[in-house]
Design a protein. Sequence first.
Length: 82
Amino acid sequence: MPRFLTLSDVAEQLQLSAAATYALVRSGELAAIQIGGRGQWRVEESKFEEFIQARYAATEQLLAASKPAPAPDVGSSSRRRS
């Protein structure tokens, strides 16, 4: 993989639209640099990988926070049936 990716490359790999990819850059979620005066953006491969790892970590936290509490064990009641 080349050192720098275009926003089109990033969009293709993430299966996002060009607009969604640009929005990630504008929001600061995805680090990119602007080259030249015509709005040519590039994302360094290492920054792209960091972005992906950060999204995995965020997803893990989201899933962990949304796990329901375990149900109490009702079978271990101290009451006995007669």
